[in-house]
Design a protein around this ligand. Structure first.
Ligand code: IMP
Ligand code: MG
Length: 180
């Protein structure tokens, strides 16, 4: 598996340190708010599990599963494969995402959740690729782990055709790995 990785962009240590910082910040800002952390499946699972364990207050967990991706290209066509199981009306909600690229997924998720009338709605993304942003996307992440260049990355939950999610770091794939 590692033979397919061209370079490691973020090491386990870098990710751990940054996730601790984000967890501390969220713990301070949501101390008495009993927030609902909404994870956008599946890429977020590793980040999600790490961040909630850094959160020191009371919180609740929920998940959405939306889909648009085939290979490395975003189609912009979103379908809800799994909606929330809890009622978020009047609650403080933080969306957790693996990566903010074109913005299609988060824009869709954000407005889908906003319609359910939460008391507040914020976005926390592990990775942000600002150069990938589609024109017309107005939402912005409130909490960002790392801003990264416009390269396709895998690991720490992120996949290419469902592979590499279990790598403990974030790396750039070798071009030949796309064709294997
Ligand atoms: P967006 O809708 O283009 O912002 O992309 C959001 C989703 O696309 C993420 O949740 C990922 O599943 C996927 N994605 C975007 N960029 C990458 C990448 O570099 N590696 C792996 N998945 C990516
Ligand atoms: Mg994905």
């Amino acid at each position: 598996m590692e033979k397919d990785i061209q370079k490691i962009l973020l090491t386990q240590e870098q990710i751990r340190t940054r996730v601790e910082e984000l967890g501390k910040q969220l713990s301070e800002e949501y101390a008495d708010k009993n927030p609902i952390f909404v994870g956008v499946l599946k890429g977020v699972v590793v980040f999600y599990a790490d961040i909630i364990r850094q959160f020191t207050g009371q919180c609740q967990l929920d998940f959405m599963w939306i889909s648009s991706y085939a290979g490395t290209e975003s189609t912009g066509n979103m379908v809800v494969k799994k909606d929330l199981s809890s009622d978020i009306k009047g609650r403080h909600v933080v969306i957790l995402e693996d990566i903010f690229d074109t913005g299609n997924s988060l824009d869709f998720t954000y407005h889908h959740l906003l319609a359910k009338e939460p008391a507040s709605l914020k976005i926390c993304t592990l990775l942000d690729k600002p150069e990938g942003r589609k024109a017309g996307i107005t939402i912005k992440p409130d909490y960002t782990g790392f801003v990264i260049p416009n390269e396709f990355v895998v690991g720490y939950g992120l996949d290419f055709n469902e592979h590499y999610r279990n790598l403990p770091y974030v790396g750039v794939l070798k071009p030949e790995a796309y064709n294997s």
